[in-house]
Design a protein. Structure first.
Length: 326
C-alpha cells in the first residue's frame, strides 16, 4: 500500500512538471487568473457540480464539447458560436447537431462576467468544465493550464473536415490525431472517453444494416450485440439513444476496453483499435487489468489535447457571451 501511494505521488508530481513544461511552450499557466479572477476555477467547479448532480449524462456531453472544439483549428471556443445570417457555424455542422451542455458553459460564463467582467475566456471554461464534469462522475483529476483566448471564426465545413468520424478506420484515426499533434497512445486513451454517454442510431446503423455499403452486418461485431442493437434501432430510427457503455454509462471507468476487447465497441472507430498492434495492446492491457493505468493516461492525454492550437497573447478576444463575438 505504501509503495502504491508513493508511485501515485510520483506520477502526480511528474505529471505537473510535464504540464508546466507544455504550458511554457504555448503561454498557458496553471495560475493564469491568480490575480485577475482568483475565484474563477471555484465558480466553474461549483456550477458544473450543480448541473452534473442533476443530470450525470451531461458529463459526457461536456467532455465531447471540449473535444469537438479542440479538433477544429484548436481549443478556441469556436464550437460555442452561433450561426449568423451570413455564416453557418461549427455547432450547426452535422457532426455537432447532437452536442449538449451549452447551457452549463453559459451559466458559468454569466457568473464569471458578474465577478470578473471581460477576464475569463470561453475556451478556458470549456477546458475547466470538461475536467470538473468528468471528475464529478468518478474520473481523474488533471491540471488545466489556462490563458486561452477565444476565436472569432467558426465555420461548419471546417468541423465536417476536421472531426474524426465514428466510421473511421485505424489509418484515418491515426492520421486525424497526428494532425493535431496527438500520438497513437493518445488516440486509444481518448477513445476511452466513450465509457460515458450515449449515441443515436444513425452513428452506427451502417454496422447493423449496410456495412461498407454492401448490406449486411459488420463481421467484426459480436453477433449477440448486433441482435440487441437491432432491437433498439430498427431501420430508419434516427432518435433512439443507446448507451455507449451499457450499464456503466454514467460512471467514468475503464469498462469500455472490456467491451472493445469482446467486439462490443459501438462504433466502427472503436473496433478499429483492435486492428493496430499498439492500440490493440493498450486495449488488452486495460481490459485485463481493470484499467490499471487508464485514469493517469487519460489525464495526461487530456492535458495535451487541451493545448491544441490555442490562441494566446493578443490573438482572438475574451468574449462577453460565449455564443457571439464581441
Amino acid at each position: 500500500m505504501a509503495n502504491s501511494k508513493l508511485l501515485l505521488t510520483f506520477f502526480q508530481f511528474t505529471l505537473v512538471l510535464s504540464v508546466l513544461g507544455l504550458a511554457y511552450t504555448c503561454s498557458l499557466t496553471l495560475d493564469y487568473y491568480k490575480t485577475s479572477c482568483p475565484s474563477a476555477k471555484y465558480i466553474a467547479k461549483a456550477i458544473t457540480k450543480k448541473y452534473i448532480s442533476r443530470d450525470p449524462t451531461l458529463a459526457a456531453s461536456l467532455l465531447r464539447l471540449h473535444f469537438h472544439d479542440c479538433f477544429v483549428w484548436g481549443c478556441d471556443g469556436s464550437v460555442l458560436l452561433n450561426s449568423t445570417k451570413n455564416n453557418t457555424a461549427e455547432r450547426d455542422a452535422y457532426p455537432n447537431l447532437s452536442l449538449r451542455g451549452f447551457q452549463v458553459i453559459d451559466s458559468v460564463k454569466k457568473a464569471l462576467e458578474k465577478k470578473c467582467p471581460g477576464v475569463v475566456s470561453c475556451a478556458d471554461l470549456l477546458a475547466l468544465v470538461a475536467r470538473d464534469a468528468v471528475l464529478q462522475i468518478g474520473g481523474p483529476f488533471w491540471p488545466v493550464p489556462l490563458g486561452r483566448r477565444d476565436g472569432r471564426v467558426s465555420i461548419a465545413s471546417e468541423a465536417n473536415d476536421n472531426l474524426p468520424s465514428p466510421a473511421f478506420n485505424i489509418t484515418q484515426l491515426k492520421a486525424s490525431f497526428a494532425s493535431k499533434g496527438l500520438s497513437d497512445k493518445d488516440l486509444v486513451v481518448l477513445s476511452g472517453g466513450h465509457n460515458i454517454g450515449i449515441a443515436h442510431c444513425p452513428s452506427f446503423a451502417d454496422r447493423l444494416y449496410n456495412f461498407s455499403g454492401q448490406g449486411g452486418t459488420d463481421p467484426t461485431m459480436d453477433q449477440n450485440y448486433i441482435d440487441a442493437l437491432k432491437k433498439k434501432c430498427p431501420p430508419g430510427d434516427n432518435t433512439t439513444p443507446v448507451e455507449m457503455d451499457p450499464g456503466s454509462y454514467k460512471t467514468f471507468d475503464a469498462h469500455y476496453y472490456n467491451l472493445v476487447r469482446k467486439s462490443r465497441g459501438l462504433f466502427q472507430s472503436d473496433a478499429a483499435l483492435l486492428t493496430d498492434s499498439a492500440t490493440n495492446a493498450y486495449v488488452q492491457l486495460q481490459a485485463t487489468t481493470d484499467g490499471i493505468t487508464f485514469m493517469e493516461d487519460f489525464a495526461e492525454s487530456m492535458v495535451k489535447m487541451g493545448q491544441i492550437g490555442v490562441l494566446t497573447g493578443s490573438s482572438g478576444e475574451i468574449r462577453k457571451q460565449c455564443s457571439t463575438i464581441n
